[in-house]
Write a protein that binds this ligand. Sequence first.
Ligand SMILES: Nc1ncnc2c1ncn2[C@@H]1O[C@H](COP(=O)(O)OP(=O)(O)OP(=O)(O)O)[C@@H](O)[C@H]1O
Length: 583
Amino acid sequence: MPAKKMNRMELLAELAGTLKGYRLKTAGNIGSGIASEAFTLLSAGISAYMVALALQGTLDESSNKLFILLAFSILGFAVFRYLESLLSHDVAFHILVDYRVKLYSAFEKICPDILLNSKSGQLSVTLMNDVEILEWFFGHTVGSIVATLAIVLGILGFLAWLHPLLSLVMIISMAVIFTIPFLLKGTADKQGLLNRYKLGDANSVTLEGLNGVKEILALNYKERYKQKNDAFMEQLTDSQVDYTKRQGKEGGLLLTAAGVAAIAINITAILLVLHGKLSLEWFAVVGTTIWLAFNPVLALCDKARSFGIIFASATRVSDILHAQPLVKDTGRDIPVAAIKPYIDFDHVSFRYKNAGQNAVSDVSFQIRAGELIAFVGESGAGKTTCTNLLMRLWDVSEGSIRIGGHDLRALSLHTVHSVISAVLQDVYMFNVSIMENIRLGNPAAADGQVIEAAKQAQAHTFICDFEDGYNTIAGERGAQLSGGQRQRIAIARAILTNAPILIFDEAVSNLDTKSEMEIQHTLRALAQKRTIVMVAHRLSTIAIADKLIVFENGQVVQTGTHEELISKDGCYRKLVASQLQKN
Ligand SMILES: Nc1ncnc2c1ncn2[C@@H]1O[C@H](COP(=O)(O)OP(=O)(O)OP(=O)(O)O)[C@@H](O)[C@H]1O
């Protein structure tokens, strides 16, 4: 849920606010920027002054001081330019790390809602690229803005000291130059945002190609995918070309305006010399340095040409940072041991965002501590929704869910996720060893405990068959493991958590009959100490449950044991009959 859109000034204030933690270095960066520009102007001015003296035949031994000053200013320029670059990048890279960390934790808070409502390519662009663009701002812009303003003020003072007319021409010139990016700001912002979105869309298609490569090959979707990819890349290129055209136009206008301004100041200076209001030496200084004086201004305007993309990226980053999580983590922490693992669903209704109707309506049931429960029902009946609500991935729209008598909303998310652990339909394997993948369930577990959990999950044998055993790298997305192997590792993880409530959502669907039977045996044994909720389709899985909760069209229509329900004419009997027919 994005917060209200911020304008440039608000974004600027927010970005500048992050510099607070780096006050000293930022001050050093700005000071060095001012000093390096000032030394550039000083060395050019001294050179011009000396040339003018030489032309008039007045450059003598007494001018040695000027040589020393010139050497000093060249050295000063080199030292301060180095310091400016060092400090600005030091601050920029530290801030980027802060941003990346903040951004990921903000992203976590708004999951899974944001994943359902955004394209993965857009999210990856924001989490990886947009945040990187902010380096332009912190590394190359923020210091320049202040340094350039200081230099402009200094030059104005100097020109006013020479003659007020010169400073007046300079003020008019600056006003014209700064107006150019200001006038083109609207187009720049629009183009910048469009450019970032087109990049996100293009990334989404690339990710689709990466994740769906097997389907692309298997379904002979290659040619159509290529056409789709080409179309998105073309749109991205068009938006980039438009952006660059505007940048080029803006750059040309700025250079022309600066050139005209420098000529105007020179002409004014010549007129002042002709009227005896300015000496020849100072004319030489003005004539030479004025071109250089416009350099920082032009450099800043050059950065301003990129503000479209910088502010577009900042907006997208800020949208995530300020998004309001649907589930507010305002409950309190309670020790896991103090919560008895019984569950109450009390008249629960829930509707997904933008959905036309409730996914579940007025659902009530109780699960006692130590029970092994199976949710059954046709596809789309509401089983997974109930497990998602139980894990508090979303909050109920109506009614309440309680564990151990505590309303879920009164518990912190940390407590809820310590009490409940789940094996979900899609098992993600991290790119670390199998040992570490299982240990994710309990970082404090010793190797022996990990191996014991793997044995209970019927994973030990196949893990030992790998050449590197438990040290085998599972690979991103568990590429080296079969679906059933991934499921068994996920089950071992869940066993290791020691959470008193376990959820298995279709967790045995990828297993062969023998492994499934062994896992069922494990689940039965686990249920002696824990409460287990299974979402199951197969009859064989259902058979081990103490109680079945039957869902139909988002409602609970029957509860009871397999024997009780099969003896009655109802939804469950129909489900079993249709499954037997399929088998
Ligand atoms: N993210 C979502 N946004 C909108 N509607 C959703 C979303 N997820 C599920 N639904 C809808 O909610 C209803 C219940 O879905 P749910 O996934 O809970 O069913 P299920 O019984 O677990 O099905 P399956 O056995 O196929 O996994 C369905 O009508 C489904 O289309």
